[in-house]
Design a protein. Sequence first.
Length: 290
Amino acid sequence: MAFIPVGYFVSKWINIKPEYISGPLIKVLLPLLVFFNVLDAEADKLYILPVFTFLLALAMIPAANIAHRNFAKDSNPLLLRSSFSFFNIAFFGIPTVTALYGEEKVSALICIYLGSALYGDTIGYYQVAKTKHTPREALAEVLKIPFLYVLVAAVVCKIFEVETPEFMGPVLKVISFVVSSAGMLIVGFQLSDVKFKNLKLGYFSKILGFRTAAAILILGILMLIEHFTIATLDDTDYKMLFFVSLFPVAANVTVFASFLKTEEEQSSLLVFLSAILSLVLVSLAAVILS
């Protein structure tokens, strides 16, 4: 979290674009982290945990539509759906899980992240791309995303029982830290252009409060179904899934806002305020669940 104000002041002093950091993160570092953590993941969890977050992202779309109809009419409906469906599982989740459960649980979190990323990099990105491209062109844009190919390669390697080389252990720890800290740095960059005098705290509180409640309800239902049917997850897996419902809006929502050239300031505020809210909620939940 300390990297948010660092990014804010650096951006004020130096004219730096968030893409300079988000580009290498999304195209190189995060795919590397995904690939090797998939290799280390337990096979049964690899096939179950991503389903939870993929279904969560889908189910949050109706929740966003309800919010738009009732109390968030001033927000772009597409960005509102993105804000509800995209959770900052990688940048915010990795340091959270590492602090609570140790680095050995990061591979399980990456499994959880896969479902969210799969939604965001396919359905989510396609919906946004369609606002400026034909459906065929939008599909072509989706196919350019490296995550999809990394995921396929990782699953194929997992099937053939390829293991992570021992020398990659320390490297992955460094990459994990860089991804977490740089992700928060980007939020600070984006906040440097925000005019806080335009902050409508009541309006954003309703949106984020409803988003959190909807996510808890949806994940709660999914976990109950799994518990009384498949029952392969352990207590820590359930806790990590619960924490996902408390995680902030993913930073790529601001990238979508920039892509659409609309409500860039509001999207940055949503990301920032949700991060602050998540810090409080995750801390409280950690005390209660410990």
